[in-house]
Structure formats: C-alpha cells, structure tokens
Design a protein around this ligand. Sequence first.
Ligand code: BYC
Length: 340
Amino acid sequence: MYSQALDQRDPLDRRDAADEAPALEAGFQARIDAEDKIEPNDWMPEAYRRSLIRQISQHAHSEIVGMGPEGNWITRAPSLRRKAALLAKVQDECGHGVYLYAAAETLGAAREELVDQLLSGRAKYSSIFNYPTLSWADIGAVGWLVDGAAIMNQIPLCRCSYGPYARAMIRICKEESFHQRQGFEIMLTLCRGTDAQRAMAQDALDRWWWPALMMFGPPDSESRHSDRSMRWKIKRFTNDGLRQKFIDATVPQAQYLGLAVPDPALRFDAETGHWQIGPIDWDEFHRVLAGGGACNRERLEARRQAHADGAWVRAAAAAYAAKHAAPHPGPHPAPARAAA
Ligand code: BYC
C-alpha cells in the first residue's frame, strides 16, 4: 500500500515524496476531470482511498443487513411465484454485498476488519434497514420505494471515478431494477385487490415513505462528504438532488396506484416542474443512526448470529485452501516405518 511504502523510506526520500504530493494530486485531479477511471494500482490521495473504503464498505454492509427485513417474509410469501422471486432478490443482495466487499479489498481493506466493524457496531449501514416489515405489503413497498431509491442513488455510481466500484455497480443496478419492478407489481396487485388489500398497501406506503426519503442522506447543508466526493466524481449528484429526482419519479407512481403520499404539504410546483414536500424529520434520522431505530439491535444480533453460525464454513474453506497451497506429497509417499 502506498502509505506504508512511504513510511519505510528514509527521511530524505519522504521529503522528496512530500514535495511531489501537490504535483501527484494535480495529475490525479486532471485524470478525474478527464473522466479517466482510477484503478487499484494507480496513485491516489490517501483521503480518496479512505473515503471510498468508507462508502463502499457501508454500502456492502447495507446490502448484507438489507437481507434481514425481506428474508423474514420468505416463508410467508403468499404463492410459490412470490416466494421464488423474493428468494432470488434476497440472494442478489447477498451477491451485491460480496462484490462490494471485493471492491473495497482492491483498496487495501481487509474483509475481516470490515466485517468486524459492522458486527461491533462501529460501521454504519443504511438507516432504512432498521425499520420492521410488518405485513406482506411491506415487501411490495420495500421493493418499490427502497430499491427505487437505491437505483436512483446507484445509477450515477456506475460512473464513479474508481473503476472496480463503478464496474460492480453496473451489474448491481441491473438486478436492483428487477427488484424495484417486483415490488411495484406486488403493490399494483394489492391496489387492484380488495379494500383490505388496498388498506394494507396504503399502510405500507405511510410507514416507508419518509424513511425512504432519508436513505439519500442528510440535507446538502449538513452533508460532510458531498463536496469532496463530487470533486472526485465518487458522487455525481448531491443528496438533495437525488432525493428530488426520486420524489419526482415516485409521486406519479403512487397516483397510478391510487395511493395517497403521506405528506399534507406535498404539492406540484408548476414553475420548477418539481414536486415539493413538507419537512423531513431529521431528528428521527439521527436517532436511527445512533442506534435508536425499531430494529437496530435485532439487525445486528442477526448478523452476529449468522457470523457465528458460519464459523465452520470459514474454517473449512481455510483448511481446503491450506491443503491446496501445501507442496504436493508426490504420487507414492513412502510408508511410515516403525522405529527400530
Ligand atoms: N443511513 O456526508 P454524507 C440498498 C451517513 S443499499 C445511514 O452525506 P456521503 C439496498 C454517511 O455515511 C443502500 N448512514 O455522506 C440494499 C456519513 O457517515 P460517516 C445503501 C447514512 O457518503 C438491499 C454521514 O451520514 N446505499 O439500497 O457523502 C436491499 C454524513 O453523510 C445515511 C449506499 O450505500 C443513511 N441513509 O453520502 C434493498 C450507496 N445517509 O461515514 C436496497 C452508496 C448518510 O461520515 N453510498 N449517512 O460516519 C452513498 O451514495 C453515500 O454514501 C450516501 C451518503 C448518499 C449514502
């Protein structure tokens, strides 16, 4: 890793490297501005590397924790078709987590350390997964709104300046698009069903609307990473910019479903062409991030349990790898002889 290599140099070399840093940084920024992709062995500022590890690992944790709320409904899906689709979706999320951990590893992060940060509660994951899935309609609302918000946020990440992250996002976005459609189709079926089914769909929208808007992160005025991440083209849009795109795309979908968006202040501004929403309860967002959401404890406990249950798999994989790394004993190992 670049930083470690620097530390091992003698002081004169280190001073030369410090003198070179502004030129290296200028060259790096010029590559970003020219839409070049940065690859793992390229020079990069230490802060760029750290910021990517932070974002990619939080993203990976979100995918993994995100299996929980929906996995909860696999055994209760109302038909074989629904069960097969939900199972595939949850498996996709596991795959997304794995690609993303691998992308973080290309930056020198150790996967064990990242997982440990999640299990010990030191790492963040998306606030949205600390809310409970209370009814089958929630599975529809999660697909429609949560995956819909994820796509809005993640499509621009396909153009992220860091190559391995951008490439991982291309496949992830294709799968997220299927997830969003399966969610919307569940909502559509419920909304065309009985009064009780329509009421379930409305109740799910009432509970998931505001948390979905919080997924885009704090308002731009409070977003500590946005400016630098935009300059480095890790992010292409600000949190508020993406939130607005999501609102503009989703309100007409709610109208199509015949559902009411739970915001008395919602109105279409003909001058700007955008839907305007009422105030977001940012206290709730901060409370959930600080561990005070309905399911924070349960979600982490489920991850810790899964990690403990998987210990034998890790041990078996390590033993298999060690066996294959050891020198081959040859076709006819000599039989052991008893000592004379
Ligand atoms: N929840 O300066 P800011 C999915 C944190 S996966 C929790 O604006 P940034 C899905 C933020 O990390 C969904 N924390 O940060 C999966 C930062 O904390 P630190 C996840 C949040 O990075 C399965 C602090 O607040 N998607 O959709 O510029 C099934 C200040 O924020 C949240 C991704 O991870 C939040 N909602 O922008 C279905 C996408 N928001 O690190 C669906 C990749 C903010 O300073 N990530 N924070 O302690 C991103 O695009 C950006 O990291 C964010 C935040 C837009 C999320």
